[in-house]
Design a protein around this ligand. Structure first.
Ligand SMILES: C[S@@+](CC[C@H](N)C(=O)[O-])C[C@H]1O[C@@H](n2cnc3c(N)ncnc32)[C@H](O)[C@@H]1O
Length: 589
């Protein structure tokens, strides 16, 4: 994104820098020190008070204060790449300061209310030995729109990281969602004997299905999903597949609602009834085949919706075509089919944060809502992980590089997502990505396009649909390039490209501008600034004729700074905005 530099006062910048650096120093000095035990009673009452304050704050003005969180970034570490089974259990008493306890796992339960803040939530947790410690979850603190910590389940923390909060308080801190495993609440599960009679198995599986349906009606999607899954485990033991198909079909629907599109498509296809042959139903008396066609059409609709949301438009179209061929009279199917072929950006989440990156000492505004949406979407849909993680980012994942799952589920490195978003996201609704992080999105295919100041393509948006449009003839095999930053001022452009994307542009235009005399460049930059000032006031000018004369004069002055021969065939970016204004103003006259 071109405009992710935030304008803070020098004092504020210094304060953020100093705090983050001092914290980093303090943390490194404490590394390896033994943890100090906490008094359970005090710890719990501290969390209870803070939770109350946070709740009250969320209803009052304090929310605004927390709604732009400040986050220190640039000290990435990989997520745990082992399964819980492969890790050695440890106790809270074994924790040492500023340590990633590699190869270990910690089992705790929540012992206090959850303090829910915008970018993080925390609680006091207790292990079996009765020790208490603070546990904090960053950014990715919700699952199924519910705070993960707000649960009575057992939490397994994989390779726990024990550190200090920004305020200097010791805490267990979880950045990668996959480092926290929430054990299902198995209290009421009574396993069925392996040799139970099929009637008994069917009865139990049906009861899970009914429980799932009831949960779905109430909107309790996680419970509906768990119930259908429990039902499926039993239905697999039955001699006939009908109940399993029903459960798959229902779970496909829940998976769609949970944005688990990989699983939704797999469920929908597993629910297909293979016979009678998939033909249009012509004989209305044939109830059984009509019912089969209806059910299969439903499956194809769910599979199509899933594929569409995964950005696999050809597959989505194929599924919708099948739905349509089974139920030609179904108008919904026709509408769905026409949607296949649209491009989609993974938008979502207007939350922004001020970040201080320790690596380059810079303060930026990061669209952390987008990061969170991408982490959630990829973690729920593992088929997308490779595509997203293949994009360019500074942190390559370290030891976790290329690892997309463990036995416990998908693994998404949040630090890599952060860096990828910084280098690859664009703001929808404006060509240059200006407009802050609120409407930012990651368009995976477009993100593979490189920059040139002499582009052969431009991006445009229709809603969240990004269109890459050729602006000149492009030969077969020629690289398609667009401009990340169209600033007419060479220095400003180079600075934006370096700050946001980390490279120095070496295109023909930059080579020519770099070769210009410093005095010429300064003169041009000064005229561009003058032009910008002029454009700001030109709209309100009462004497249009005079304004046009002035614009033409400025344009001629900028033009003069370009050497005719050297700039032959190259765009004169510094003149662009004035040119555009003049064209529009002349047309209006
Ligand atoms: C949006 S990505 C473009 C795709 C990227 N090249 C890749 O392979 O994933 C932006 C990154 O590509 C590189 N890049 C893009 N245009 C470039 C150019 N003209 N010169 C050098 N590096 C460029 C920079 O590293 C930049 O941070």
């Amino acid at each position: 994104m071109a405009s992710n530099t935030v304008y803070l006062t020098e004092q504020e910048v210094q304060r953020i820098r100093t705090t983050v650096k001092e914290n980093a120093k303090k943390r490194s000095e404490l590394r390896g020190n033994a943890r100090e035990a906490r008094g359970a009673k005090d710890a719990i009452s501290q969390a209870t008070g803070a939770a109350l304050m946070a709740d009250m704050g969320s209803m009052t003005m304090d929310k605004a204060k927390e709604s732009i969180p400040a986050l220190a970034v640039g000290q990435p570490y990989p997520p745990c790449t082992k399964s819980v089974k492969e890790l050695q259990p440890m106790k809270l008493a074994d924790l040492t300061m500023e340590t990633h306890h590699r190869g270990r796992q910690l089992s705790v339960k929540r012992a206090s209310p959850v303090v829910m803040l915008t970018s993080r939530s925390w609680t006091m947790a207790q292990d079996e030995a009765g020790e208490t410690e603070r546990l904090e979850l960053l950014l990715h603190k919700t699952r199924h729109r519910k705070d993960i910590l707000d649960s009575n389940s057992t939490f397994i923390i994989k390779e726990p990281y024990f550190t200090l909060t920004e305020e200097g308080e010791p805490t267990l801190r979880i950045d990668h969602p996959s480092d926290l495993v929430v054990l299902p609440n198995t209290q009421d599960a009574q396993p069925l004997a392996p040799d139970a009679a099929p009637e008994e198995v069917e009865k139990r599986a049906t009861s899970h299905k009914q429980k799932g349906n009831a949960a779905l009606t109430k909107g309790d999607l996680p419970l509906a999903h768990a119930s259908y899954t429990a039902g499926l485990a039993l239905a697999a033991r039955l001699p006939t597949p009908d109940l399993a198909r029903d459960l798959h079909r229902n779970r496909a629907h829940v998976n769609l609602l949970l944005s688990q599109f990989d699983a939704a498509e797999a469920d929908a296809l597993a629910a297909l009834i293979p016979s009678p042959p998939a033909e249009p139903v012509s004989d209305a008396n044939d109830d059984a085949s009509l019912r089969t066609a209806e059910l299969n059409a439903k499956c194809y609709f769910r599979a199509g919706t899933a594929a569409y949301n995964l950005g696999r438009f050809a597959d989505a179209r194929a599924h919708f075509e099948r739905q349509l061929s089974l139920m030609p009279q179904d108008k919904g199917a026709t509408a769905n089919r026409t949607r296949g072929g649209e491009e989609e950006g993974a938008g979502g989440g207007a939350l922004t944060a001020v970040t201080y990156d320790i690596r380059d000492d810079r303060i930026r505004v990061a669209p952390v809502g987008l990061e969170r949406a991408i982490v959630e979407r990829t973690a729920k849909n593992p088929s997308l992980i490779g595509e997203v993680m293949g994009l360019y980012g500074d942190w390559d994942g370290g030891e976790g590089k290329g690892i997309e799952s463990t036995e416990d589920g998908p693994v998404v490195d949040v630090f890599r997502v952060h860096d990828i978003v910084a280098r690859n996201a664009f703001g929808a609704g404006s060509k240059d990505g200006q407009g802050g992080g609120a409407s930012a999105g990651l368009w995976i295919r477009a993100a593979y396009l490189n920059h040139s100041c002499v582009p052969n393509a431009e991006r445009e948006f229709v809603g969240d649909l990004m269109i890459i449009r050729a602006i000149k003839d492009i030969a077969a095999g020629e690289e398609i390039v667009h401009s990340y930053d169209e600033s007419g001022d060479y220095e400003a452009r180079q600075q934006a490209l370096m700050t946001t994307w980390g490279f120095e542009c070496a295109c023909a235009l930059c080579a020519a501008e770099k070769g210009d005399d410093a005095a010429v460049r300064e003169k041009r930059a000064k005229l561009v600034r003058e032009g910008d000032e002029f454009l700001k006031s030109a709209g309100s000018s009462t004497n249009k004729r005079l304004a046009i004369v002035k614009a033409k004069r400025l344009l001629a002055a900028i033009d003069e700074t370009y050497d005719e021969k050297k700039y032959r065939g190259l765009p004169r970016l510094a003149t662009r905005r004035l040119q555009q204004w003049l064209t529009a103003a002349s047309a209006r006259r």
